[in-house]
Every structure is written in structure tokens, then in C-alpha cells.
Design a protein around this ligand. Sequence first.
Ligand code: ADP
Ligand code: ZN
Ligand code: ZN
Length: 739
Amino acid sequence: MADLAPLILRIAVPSPLRRLFDYLVPEAMAENSSQASLQPGCRVTVNFGRREVNGLIIERAATSEFALDKLKPISQLIDSEPLLPSSLFKLFIWASRYYQHPIGDALFSTLPILLRKGELPPAQGQRCWQLSTFGKGLGPDSLKQARKQRALVDLLQAEGIVSDERLAETFSRAILKQLEQKTLIEPIFQAPPAIALEKLLKQNPLSLYSSQQVAMDAIDLHSFNCSLLDGITGSGKTEVYLQSIEKVLRYGRQALVLIPEISLTPQTEKRFRDRFNVPIVTLHSGLTDKQRLNAWMQARDGTAKIIMGTRSAIFTPLQAPGLIILDEEHDQSYKQQEGFRYSARDLAVIRAQQENIPIILGSATPSLESLNNCHKGRYQHLILSTRAGNAVQPDWKVIDLKTERSDSGIAATTLTAIGDTLKNNHQVLVFLNRRGYAPAMLCHQCGWTAECKSCDSRLTVHRARSRLICHHCDYQQRIPQQCPCCLSRQLVAAGEGTERSEAFLQRCFPGTKVLRVDRDSTRKKGAMQEVFDTADSGQPCILIGTQMLAKGHHFENVTLVAVLDADSGLFSPDFRGHERMGQLLTQVAGRSGRGDAPGRVFVQTHQPDHPLLEMLITRGYGYFAEQLIPQRQLTQLPPFRHMAVIRAESNRADEAEAFLRLARKIAESLVPATPELSYLGPLPAIMEKRAGRFRYLLQVEADQRGALQSLLSAVAVQLENHKDSRRVRWSIDVDPQEL
Ligand code: ADP
Ligand code: ZN
Ligand code: ZN
């Protein structure tokens, strides 16, 4: 028996180090535990550094690169079976390699908090009772003195398992307790009874119009394939989602539905709940830890049939996955911008492929990446080009701010149109992507402007709170009465934010409700609901807000959308600036005229003749996007080349830059620059100083994903082991969304 190979487990622990750690399974533990609790996917407790931490088994091995007597033993096994299904496990491994993120952190940062802390998964299902072995052997003459107890035992004897709920109708809690204490009965958790197929729907599906039907027929629901459902707002994409889900539910599978932001789109969730008679769980930031864990468990054990959630829901375990739907696929919120920088959209496609199930990406304004994947034949392009029902596409009008007078950001023509719309008992949506009262405060005498001491940025005036606030680091101060340079009292708030335009509109239309929607106004719980309630009531009102208003909400009675400033998108330094502008304007415009009345869109700009703006307005987003694609190809930018960014930040400018020079030197020593793989930088970030830190980046671009990935892995390990890496905060961002 002495020649038994040692059992070594490779463990992922929540640590910034990009590697696994080998631990030894003590012989006694190996003999006394079930094999299932030593499998990949189970949690264990180990001594790491000087702490006891929870880790996850990734691999079993018989040898280690370290001497056996140097390996520490596993302290404790936590799970009796793997916590994650192996398919999901594969996704984590893929993601941690692709996004160059430590697997332990990837796993633990996405697990429900209670599981991270080592809690056992709670028992799921319906609480029921059955006789214990002892209870089954009970003679007919026992319990003669306890009539009620006897009756309960008889019932269980006759029926086997009975739900807690049903027992409670006839028996008191005390009876159950007494029998449990006598160990005659025991609780057992059972899956709730399955819903009969004929009762699946609460509400009949709509009959699809022809292009919806064509799209529906094109989606093969039995194996992996990716469809881009490219349909203008209101074209009936959601109806296609609902009917696809219905089909997979009918063959006993689950559907995972990802949306950018649940609190902004309660209607979407409601439509799913109104349609189906099956358990639906939603994973969003408002859940308590316990609720989150329960939802996670219900997805894992198959009780929940539809799982809705934002970005991180892509990591939800599913017992019988059948379909993934990802709505608003162009939305930036699918990319995590810190820590584990994954793209939920791209991972959703990988997951669908690994699980061999279909995926539908939907959008009115698809990303150039996805459009290009259609060109390449990787995705099928399904187009819905008309609005369902009676609604027609809105009319656009461009307002030239060079020639028209405006007050608080609102041009005279726009103001008249707002008045007319309200008079017709319709609603108005005013869009301005700048919260606060004014983006700057300056001195009329000497030209001083209020700037943030920790960032390369100006402080925003928030008049309601009497504060100047930095939107990048949240520094706040009172609004000064005097200029700190020349002591003049002539301080002016320059430019427009939502707060100022709101105040102005309220003055112009005193009898009308003006509702502001931005991160400030919705901080209060229930504030968003009030906005939705007012909007849904149909009463004439003005909604003014940032891009929060552009997200998917269906406002029946809005017939005028006013975009106060279209210029910022035209001159963005980001290579995706134009794409984003097209998406945002189209999405905002899509809020207009969704009901029976036709809608109008007013766009205010200093560049009324800008060819891109004109193209977008006259030809629509589809055409606009198709023109941007060859430009990307010409300039060799994603999706035509693959990009990664190594970022570094430090309190001292020279440290971050020096660290990235080192990174570049290491990278070039591994793969010298060629036309196929090139380096750019270190460059200062667009906002070099932020929250007191100087930020730099090194861009790496390559023709082949594989080449980029293996280079990054090698560079990451060397940087991690370099002493200078502890002086800066650094990270790798693969497929960055923002530079
Ligand atoms: P999208 O998701 O593309 O914005 P929706 O699915 O929300 O579009 O549809 C917009 C409106 O049109 C909804 O009120 C929906 O009920 C209605 N609708 C969708 N498909 C049909 C159809 N086939 N027949 C009638 N009405 C439809
Ligand atoms: Zn001054
Ligand atoms: Zn700041």
C-alpha cells in the first residue's frame, strides 16, 4: 500500500497572482472523504500566506514542480460535490486565459458572496417530510396515546413524501416537531412539481409578421449558432426572444437573458413575467446576498427556467442550458472596466459554443464587431426593418446652433416645438449627456476656472447641492462666493448640464411636470419608478436626462425627442467615437413615436453639415455603420486587428511611464515589433491625471489573436515577478472598450 501516489490538488485562490497553488491531500482526508468532494469545482480551505482562505480545486495531479515536503496540506474540504458544472468551469478557464486575469480572482469575484465566504449551498426546492428508517419500522400499536402523531405517521406511510405546506393544513407545527425529535420523520427537499407544457404560457404569443417569422425560422434552436437580430427600436425583437424562449422551454431547457441594466428597463422583465408561467429569476445589484445565492442555486438546479441578469449573470450555472439571449449587444456596460475585464457579450458567444446552444444578439444599433462577424459569416444577420404595429419611424430635424439663439442649452425652435407637443397632450424627451448644473465655473474678471486638484478636469457646478463636484474622483467643495485669484464676486456657471436645462424648462412651462433622470436624480430609491409611472400615465410632461434615458424604455406617448448637444460625439478622441455617437443618437431617437402618434427628433449642433451626422440622419444607422467598417479596416483598428492595452498608474508620473517602458522592453525581447504585431506607447491616458494618479498605457496590436495572447501571457508573468510591479498599479485590458 505504500506505493500509492500522493494526491496533489491545484487550487485557485483569490489572489492577484496569475497561477495555481499546489496542496497535498493528507492521507487520512483522502481515505475518509468521498471522491466527489475532491473533484475540480469543489471548494477547499487552505493556508495561504498566513491566512486561511477558501479556494477552488482546478486540477488533480500526482506530481508537482515543488518538492513534496514543501507542499502544505489542504486544511478542509467544503463541498460534497462540485459547485460549478464542468462546462461553466471551462468558461472560467478560457476567460482567465483570454483576459489575462488570475483564475482565482476571476472565479471568486463572480461567485455569490456567501459562497465566497465558504457557506454551504442552501437546500433547494420544496420542504417535504417522509418517515425515517426508524419511523418506517414503527409497529401499528405504537403512539396509541398520541392520536395526532399517529395520524401523521399513517399519512406518510400511505403517501411516502408529503409537502410541508399540505401537512400544515391538518397538523400543527408542534406535532411535526415532536415526531422529528423522536426521529420518526425527517425533512427532505424536493423539486417543485414540473409545470405542464400546456400551462407554460400565461398569455398568447403575438402572430409574427413576415420578417419576424423569417428571423424566427432562421434560428436553429438545437445547436450552437449565433444570430445578430438587427432590428430598429420597436420592430419586435423582444417578441422574437419570447417565442424562441418558449420553444426551448418546451423541450425542457433554460434560457439565459442578458440585458444592460435591469433597473432602467423594468418593462422588459415584466413582459417576460407576463408571458410565461415558469419560475423566472433576475440577478441584479439590488439583491441581498441571500437572494442572490438563492437565485444562483435555482439556476443551477434547474428550478428557474428563465434567468435574467446584467453582465455578471453570464457566469450563472445552468442545469439545462438551451438558449442565450443578449439584448442591446452594442451596449458598453457588457464590458467590465476594472478588475476582471471581461466582455459578457464575447463570453456569451464562447459559452454558447461550449454548451452547443444557440445565441441571439439583439440590437437596433449593432456594434461594428458584430456586423463584421456577420460579413465574415460567423454570425447570421437577421434584419427587422419595420416597426411592428402602427408606429412609424420618426422625422429628424437639425438645428444649427451657430445661427440660432439658445437659452440654457435649448434653441428657440426647439422650445417652440416642446410647447406645441405639450399642447397636443404628448410627452417630450430632452437628452443631454452632462449631469449637474454647468460643466464649469469661471471668473468673469480674471478667467480663473475651478479645477480638480487630483484630476485633469474641471469641477462641475451642482447648484441644487450648492457644490462643485469632480465627476472623476468625486472630490467636492462648496461653491465659492469669490474668485480665489482676484477676489472678484463675478463667478459664472458656464455651459449647460441637465440641472440647468431642467430649471429653465420648468420656468418656461410652469404647469408641466419636468422630470430629470440622471445619476444624481435617481440616487433616491424609487425615483426611477416615479419617472416611469408618470411617463406611463401618458400625461403631458418633459423628461430630461442623460443616456440613462436612452436605454430601452418604451415611452408610449413621447412624440418629440430633443438632443441638445450632438457635437461631443463628433469630436471624440476615441476610435469608437463615431460609432458610439451613431448608436446613442439612434437609440435616443428611437424613444420617439413608439405609440400610435408619429414622432419627431430635433438634433442641435454647431456642425449641421457634418457628413457623418447627415449620413446618419438621412440613411439610418445600418448604412452609417457599413460606411464606418471600411474606415476601420483602412486604419487597421479593431475588429480588423486585435488590441490589448497594458495600463499603469502611480502617484508619480515617471513611475507609471517607466514601468510601461519596462513592459515594452520585455515584450520586444520576446516578440520584436513587426507589421503583424506592433507596439504603441507608453502614452499618457486621455485624462492623464485622475484621482491623484498619473495614468499611462501601452498599446499592443496584432493580426492574430493567438500571437497577442501568448505574448501577453509571457509578459504578464515577467511583470508580475518584477520588483517594480509593486510600485505601480497595473493591469492588462484585452479588447479594450475605452482607451
Ligand atoms: P423591440 O424589442 O424591437 O424594441 P418590441 O418587441 O418591444 O420591439 O415590439 C414593439 C411593440 O410592437 C410592442 O408593443 C410589441 O407588443 C409590438 N409587437 C411586436 N411584434 C408584434 C407583432 N408581430 N404583431 C403586433 N404587435 C407586435
Ligand atoms: Zn478672478
Ligand atoms: Zn477629480
